[in-house]
Design a protein around this ligand. Sequence first.
Ligand SMILES: [Zn+2]
Ligand SMILES: [Zn+2]
Length: 258
Amino acid sequence: MKLTILGSQSPYNTTGHNCPGFFIQDNQTRLMLDCGSGSHSLLNYPNDLQNLSIILTHLHRDHYNDIYNLQYSSFVFHNQKRIEKPINIFLPSTPAKIYEDILSEQNSFAKYQIIDENSSFKIGNMNISFCPTDHPVETYSIKVQNGNRTIVYTSDSSFSAKNRLVEFAKGADLLICESSLLKEHGFPEINSHLTSEQAGIIAKEAGVKGLILNHFWPEEPVQKYVDEAKKVFQNVIPAIEGLTINIPSIEKELDERS
Ligand SMILES: [Zn+2]
Ligand SMILES: [Zn+2]
């Protein structure tokens, strides 16, 4: 498994920085977790549309805006006979208006499947499962297991879901955790997002090997997030667009960068 980071910030993209998106490749199987604004721009077209599955963790714009670009690209490349199989899009069914809007897109070469907390399926050799988070809309953390390697991506969550997230991420090789907030922002302890320190606490209690922070405010220096998380968990790096990590050698790779 090879992980490429497509987006690190929210709520909007800026030059060189996109909203959340993560691309996992395992042989010829491709999996994209979220497609926030700008994240599709790091894909290699049309190749990355081959055997591509996309999982949307929730229907907030900073996590799904680029699904329309991917749908339209799949339509065009299919018409040109440059991709053979439809892209697979997995998504929650609420908010219903947004779900229906995505599925009503005519210029698309895609298949759709609803996810919920009981969903569990295989994409290539990767076993995929879900854990509901606490967020204003239906939202899921995703676990990707391949052989003895595991990646968990929290998506957006309040710290009120901490115990569930710790259990879900137990022993993972890599935790990709949202850290929208800094303690200095002064938000109350329970919010619809995590602080960087809270991301560190989840990583520590889950006993993961490495932590990648993401979902940064564009105006804040990324180092502030890393410094805050490091007070509780050492093996942490920030999400950086284009960064690729080979999961079999993840301890070594994170050690070198953190
Ligand atoms: Zn959200
Ligand atoms: Zn978000």
